[in-house]
Design a protein around this ligand. Structure first.
Ligand SMILES: [Zn+2]
Length: 89
């Protein structure tokens, strides 16, 4: 009984997750293309001193950036070890 109880829901969750991720990905894509400002997209500087991410492209923290600024998703910025810029609200 335990075996069936453990295994069948796991299979269901796995298949659900895949479609959910695709669904959310589509939603995020639609959201990003309809709005120019979105907290899930952040800006980073790729200079050697840069360890922060920024919500606004014209943030004070980015004004001293020595390279171009790049827009990435918030999760990507966190994966790169970035933390929120001190100038942000
Ligand atoms: Zn900033």
């Amino acid at each position: 009984m335990c075996y069936i109880w453990i295994n069948s829901p796991v299979f269901k969750i796995k298949t659900m997750k895949k479609s959910k991720i695709l669904f959310l990905g589509g939603l995020v894509f639609l959201f990003l293309t309809s709005f120019s400002y979105d907290v899930s997209e952040v800006y980073i500087c790729k200079g050697p001193q840069s360890k922060k991410y920024h919500y606004k492209k014209d943030c004070r923290g980015l004004s001293s950036c020595s390279t171009d600024t790049y827009s990435v998703t918030l999760s990507e910025a966190k994966k790169l070890g970035r933390t929120l810029c001190g100038w942000e609200d």
